[in-house]
Design a protein around this ligand. Structure first.
Ligand code: FPP
Length: 253
């Protein structure tokens, strides 16, 4: 949303890497899936929190392109968990005005799951209270490569000149191009990496890390992240004085 000024204190778009489910289960000497199930409850708490605070978009990293390499048993169980959550939650999300979208390689999912993703998207497409984006089989580099390929196809077809391939053009073709870029990125579980999540979109995002494991996330912790965010000054490459007097674009600078 170029031209739009970020609300100074409340992030419009929050992106989260939900890490630590496995360790949460391990600490309790339980199977990893117990951690993922507890993680699904933390997903619900986070959605509630963002809706209550009036955050316009929430993007969750549910499953990376690399996660396909986990033991087959865990991948299968995760797919079952996603399906169950989709079936259970989509009515309620729809009722609350949430627009659900999935980003990532849809074609890698079994037909039944891909179909349900599509149904959830279609069903909630007209909602505007909050955009909930689930990154599933998603990778940031793949997202950028896909955008580059689309531009290359336009150049090859003669509908785009090579000199029109610039940041703005690429921004229009990466995932979530219609939303403001994330203002705040949160990663739980103690690692301080971006792990191939929304690489393009996070260029100017405020990063916030916590050791808390994802299943333990609650409104109190999310509020801490928002409070820290509100204290930070976002300069988009300008000086403090410039930012104080001349609001600038948020998405691509
Ligand atoms: C990372 O923890 C978490 C995942 C790979 C899966 C995320 C899934 C959920 C939060 C469950 C439900 C989600 C939805 C959208 C309904 P990890 O397994 O890497 O934890 P570890 O680093 O402690 O092993």
């Amino acid at each position: 949303m170029p031209g739009d000024m970020p609300a100074p204190y409340l992030p419009r778009h929050v992106a989260i890497i939900m890490d630590g489910n496995g360790r949460w289960a391990q600490q309790r000497r339980r199977p990893r899936m117990i951690g993922h199930r507890a993680g699904a409850r933390a997903v619900n708490r986070s959605i509630d929190f963002c809706l209550e605070r009036g955050i316009a978009a929430l993007t969750l990293f549910a499953f990376s392109s690399e996660n396909w390499g986990r033991p087959q048993e865990e991948v299968d169980a995760l797919m079952k968990l996603f399906l169950g959550a989709l079936d259970r939650e989509v009515d309620e999300l729809d009722r609350r005005g949430v627009r659900v979208r999935f980003i990532g390689e849809r074609s890698r999912f079994a037909a039944g799951i891909a179909q349900r993703m599509e149904n959830a998207e279609r069903r909630t497409a007209g909602n505007a209270a909050m955009a909930l984006n689930i990154a599933a089989s998603y990778g940031g580099r793949q997202d950028i490569a896909h955008a580059a390929r689309q531009l290359a196809e336009q150049v090859a077809a003669g509908t785009l000149a090579p000199e029109q391939v610039d940041e703005q053009a690429l921004s229009r073709h990466v995932a979530l191009a219609d939303l403001p870029a994330p203002d705040l990125f949160i990663r739980t579980g103690g690692d301080t990496r971006i792990s191939n999540f929304l690489l393009w979109q996070l260029a100017y995002t405020e990063l916030w890390f916590t050791d808390v494991l994802w299943p333990d996330v609650d409104a109190g912790l999310l509020q801490q992240a928002l409070d820290d965010y509100a204290r930070r000054e976002r300069r988009f490459g300008l000086t403090s004085a410039q930012v104080a007097t001349a609001p600038t674009e948020s998405n691509s600078q």
